[in-house]
Design a protein around this ligand. Structure first.
Ligand SMILES: *Cc1c(COP(=O)(O)O)cnc(C)c1O
Length: 382
């Protein structure tokens, strides 16, 4: 085996350490492992970190999106506009409430929906929009919020990838009607699995807490803590979408590290930009004019100038021991959405066909980056 073949650079690694392991062990030793005090502490700390008044922890971003759609009152038969260029959960959540996902195109530089791409597919049946901060690149929320208000539709933000990103000088999530977050290991802050809904609306927070816990009017933790017997009532059909205290214990440690994680990713991304400057036709994601990305997904669009196809490029990287990935998926091209006939989505189709995701994580070294970009440079010059 050659040295090159022995080397493997993963595309992503969760930044987990001994501190997280100890925090999880503490939760186990406390005897309270289901949703309890650690979940409450994580909710408060996370909400404060994104500038929201309330945080409601749930089992994933997918379930967070489901509950957000219930909260804004999306009904069967309604239309909800989503970008096709997203992880498929964004569109799936719309189907959970019996509504119809309508796919909007995205901007070529940010990968995000814009007022124009939403307006192009809006109809009188549009009830809500889910805007994604794709790969951590903040969507231009001030314009989107103004347009949603004017159109009388609810704007939900899928911030699965955007912990630690900022928009107009504030954290992504600040001022959002409802923002949904993911703590899957592919994201920057992980609890194994997990999610959160943040909002400034106290009534919605109460309803979301109820919906995640079987529709109960009092949480199991509060009932347990009470000296007097409390008879709970089930006010509506709810779900079991709870996070555990073991997960929240890990999340609290991760949240404390998030600033450093983002700063390191931004340093590595800046170095990628320098190295890629002499690779013609490899256009890497950058900060948009209106904010700063956490570079959760470092994607590169290959233009004609690059001269080598995306799949061939992925194969060359794999042969050099580099786990790159295809770019962000397009939901409308998957069999699950074969029955949907969307309006033309030329930018979405171009990005998903011609882009790839390069490795970026806390253990990535400058040597790794030199090797990765060197492999790309070798392909173009061939
Ligand atoms: C990862 C992701 C999700 C799903 O998050 P889970 O926590 O795994 O359910 C939803 N939307 C986007 C944009 C994502 O990247």
């Amino acid at each position: 085996m050659t040295i090159e073949a022995a080397r493997r650079i993963p595309v992503m690694l969760p930044a987990l350490g001994e501190e997280e392991a100890l925090a999880a062990a503490d939760a186990v030793r406390s005897g309270w492992v289901a949703q309890g005090p650690r979940v409450a502490a994580f909710e408060a700390a996370f909400a404060a970190s994104v500038g929201a008044a309330h945080g409601v922890a749930v089992s994933s971003c997918t379930t967070a999106l489901h509950l957000a759609l219930v909260a804004v009152g999306v009904q069967p038969g309604d239309e909800v506009i989503v970008p096709s260029l997203s992880f498929i959960a964004t569109a799936n959540a719309v189907r959970y409430v019996g509504a119809r996902p309508v796919f909007a195109d995205v901007d070529i530089t940010t990968g995000n929906v814009t007022v124009a791409t939403l307006d192009a597919v809006r109809t009188p049946r549009t009830r809500a929009v889910i805007a994604v901060h794709q790969g951590g690149v903040p969507a231009e929320v001030s314009a989107l919020r103004t347009a949603a208000d004017r159109w009388g539709v609810s704007l939900i933000e899928d911030a699965a990838c955007a912990a630690g990103s900022t928009v107009n000088g504030a954290p992504v999530g600040a001022g959002a009607l409802l923002a949904a977050w993911s703590f899957h290991p592919r994201k920057l802050l992980t609890t194994g699995e997990g999610g959160m809904i943040t909002t400034d609306d106290a009534d919605w927070a109460v309803r979301l807490r109820r919906l995640r816990e079987h529709g109960m009017n009092v949480s199991a933790a509060d009932r347990h803590a009470s000296a007097q017997p409390i008879l709970e009532a089930y006010l509506e059909t709810g779900y079991n979408y709870r996070m555990t205290d073991i997960q929240a214990a890990v999340g609290l440690v991760q949240l404390g590290k998030l600033g450093d994680i983002v700063a390191q990713r931004r340093r590595l991304a800046a170095r990628y930009h320098e190295l890629l400057a002499d690779v013609p036709g490899a256009v890497a994601v950058r900060d948009p004019a209106h904010g700063r990305t956490n570079f959760q997904t470092f994607w590169v669009l290959l233009t004609d100038e690059f001269g080598v196809g995306r799949d061939e490029t992925l194969a060359a990287l794999a042969a050099a021991g580099v786990s790159a990935r295809r770019g962000i998926m397009a939901s409308h091209l998957e069999p699950a959405y074969a029955g949907v006939k969307p309006a033309p989505l030329p930018v979405t189709e171009r990005i998903t066909r011609d882009s790839l995701v390069l490795p970026l994580h806390h253990a990535l070294t400058e040597d790794d980056q030199d090797h990765i970009v060197g492999t790309l440079r070798g392909l173009v010059r061939r």
